[in-house]
Write a new protein. Structure first.
Length: 254
């Protein structure tokens, strides 16, 4: 059900960000773990395959075994550990670093900049309320880049292009994005003060980007209990404002 709530819906989305949100490892990472585990485990085996790995044929340099050994040395920039857990852990660290360095998607950069982490453990205190489930759905969409803010709707030609740089709710010449919705939009001052005011005051020492990350369920700058409290407050906030925002957007659809 969580997967359905998170990634169901119209429009494209970044599969990597959605899988990261759901804690689903990539195929490349899963394959690397299995490959590292196999080579580390079989190298110490007392069977024929262990003997082959320890003493490979010199004239057969293009086998799976020799290729995997070269791959491990290249990936880790060192001789791989002999223990299975150590080898797998080293490969996971190296692959995660490599995949993160080559990821150029805007939503992945947004997630890293705000240290969003994974919000799935916070579903339990939210699922008790159907209203909050809808808010959690919206929060998850924002976290994986699926929420259609006004500038995205304007870019797609659904509403007037002036909303590329103007908020349709408060009329201020500021692009409607997550930061504007959570921190500055005048249309939601009452709801913000009621639900997020105390949390924002307690986190007033944070930079604006760090504060937004915490409001979006981020892991940094707060302990586990405070993270749950802030995220539930954000979920409730979204569940209240999104229906009113939807009515405003409906009047602007061309």
């Amino acid at each position: 059900m969580i997967k359905k709530l998170l990634i169901s819906g119209p429009g494209p989305y970044c599969r990597k960000a959605a899988y990261e949100e759901l804690r689903i490892p990539s195929l490349a990472l899963r394959g690397a773990k299995l490959r590292a585990r196999a080579i580390a485990k079989w190298s110490s085996s007392r069977t024929t395959i262990g003997l082959l790995l320890r003493s490979p044929f010199k004239d057969r340099s293009a086998t799976w075994m020799t290729g995997t050994q070269r791959w491990l040395k290249t990936l880790l920039h060192a001789t791989p550990p002999t223990g299975v857990p150590e080898a797998v852990s080293a490969v996971v660290t190296a692959m995660t670093t490599r995949l993160g360095a080559t990821d150029r998607s805007q939503i992945s950069q947004f997630r890293r900049a705000h240290n969003l982490g994974c919000v799935i453990p916070l579903w339990k205190p939210v699922l008790r309320s159907p209203v909050k489930v809808a808010g959690m759905h919206m929060l998850s969409k924002i976290r994986v880049g699926m929420f259609f803010f006004a500038y995205r709707l304007a870019g797609a030609g659904i509403i007037d292009r002036r909303y590329l740089s103007e908020c349709p709710c408060c009329g201020v010449a500021v692009r409607e994005d997550a930061k504007h919705v959570f921190l500055t939009c005048r249309s939601w001052n009452e709801q913000r003060a009621q639900l997020l005011g105390d949390h924002i005051s307690n986190l007033s020492n944070l930079q604006e980007d760090d504060l937004l990350g915490v409001l979006l369920g981020g892991e940094s700058h707060v302990d586990a209990n405070q993270r749950v409290q802030v995220t539930v407050a954000s979920v409730t906030y979204l569940s209240l404002i999104v229906p009113f925002r939807a009515r405003v957007i409906d009047t602007l659809v061309q």
